[in-house]
Design a protein around this ligand. Structure first.
Ligand code: ADP
Length: 250
């Protein structure tokens, strides 16, 4: 009796173990592939400013007395800046891929961060910045990272807006909800989720002109996820970030 039962149990256990192992291997494989893709994409992105810098330096070297050296130097500096942004963004993402630590539980007033960003845009652009629907929204986390998240969304809004950007901050059912919208073309429905992927640009020419890295929204998603929140493009040019309120226990 016992003799017959034991192998049956073992078969079950072995089956379970095999399935678990397979799942783990699949996950490892996927993480390995996404890492490889990240490195390949990053190298590809870095290649273009490096090539531009080399090209301009070669022209300057060939025509040392030319009056265009000044112009060449300006382009080199712009490309250098672009590369600097790219490297900063890459490091930020690579670091948060490595870190599996929780962000701090320090109280952060999102309204202060929103007002600071709105003020920056009022000075830096000619757009109408509406931040009247901003109420106190306290969350817990990493203030620098949260400021960066708001900055990236606001920067995109400023890049695509025709004349107006609207910030709203409300509280509902234990969550702080931040929406940022602009009156520009927005995101096509079919691209709504993939815009948060690394290196995705829907408007390559325009993004390249304006120094976009294709990492802005990926960083937004990273910050929000690390804070146990969610980020969505809810319609056209409206982005919604939801974060747990400071008084919610986790
Ligand atoms: P980047 O702006 O550096 O290209 P992002 O990750 O910030 O990268 O954005 C990805 C793409 O999503 C942009 O290239 C752009 O096509 C699109 N996008 C982001 N925000 C907006 C917006 N507010 N309006 C229209 N398109 C946007």
């Amino acid at each position: 009796e016992l003799h017959r039962r034991v192998p049956a149990v073992r078969r079950d256990e072995i089956g379970l173990l095999a399935r678990t192992m397979n799942r783990m291997l699949d996950r490892l494989q996927r993480s390995h592939e996404s890492r490889q893709r990240f490195v390949a994409d990053a190298s590809h992105e870095l290649r273009s400013p490096i090539a531009a810098i080399r090209q301009h330096a070669e022209v300057a070297q060939a025509h040392p007395d030319s009056t265009t050296v000044d112009e060449l130097a300006t382009t080199v500096l712009a490309e250098d800046l672009r590369m600097q942004h790219l490297v900063d963004d890459l490091l930020l993402l690579a670091r948060s891929d490595e870190e599996h630590t929780e962000p701090p539980r320090t109280p952060v007033d999102l309204d202060d961060l929103v007002f600071a960003e709105a003020e920056r845009l009022r000075t830096a652009t000619n757009l109408t910045i509406d931040s009247t629907a901003v109420s106190a929204g306290q969350v817990r986390g990493d203030e620098t990272a949260l400021a960066r998240m708001i900055h990236n969304l606001a920067d995109n809004a400023a890049r695509y807006a025709r004349s107006r950007i609207t910030f709203a901050l409300t509280e509902e059912e234990g969550a702080v909800v931040l929406t940022i919208s602009d009156d520009g073309p927005g995101i096509p429905v079919e691209d709504r989720t993939r815009v948060f992927d690394r290196f995705v640009r829907l408007t390559p020419a325009r993004s390249r002109d304006t120094g976009g890295t294709g990492l802005g929204l990926a960083i937004v998603a990273e910050v929000v996820n690390r804070h146990h929140g969610s980020i969505r493009n809810i319609s056209g040019a409206t982005f919604e970030a939801r974060l747990p309120s400071a008084d919610v226990d986790r």
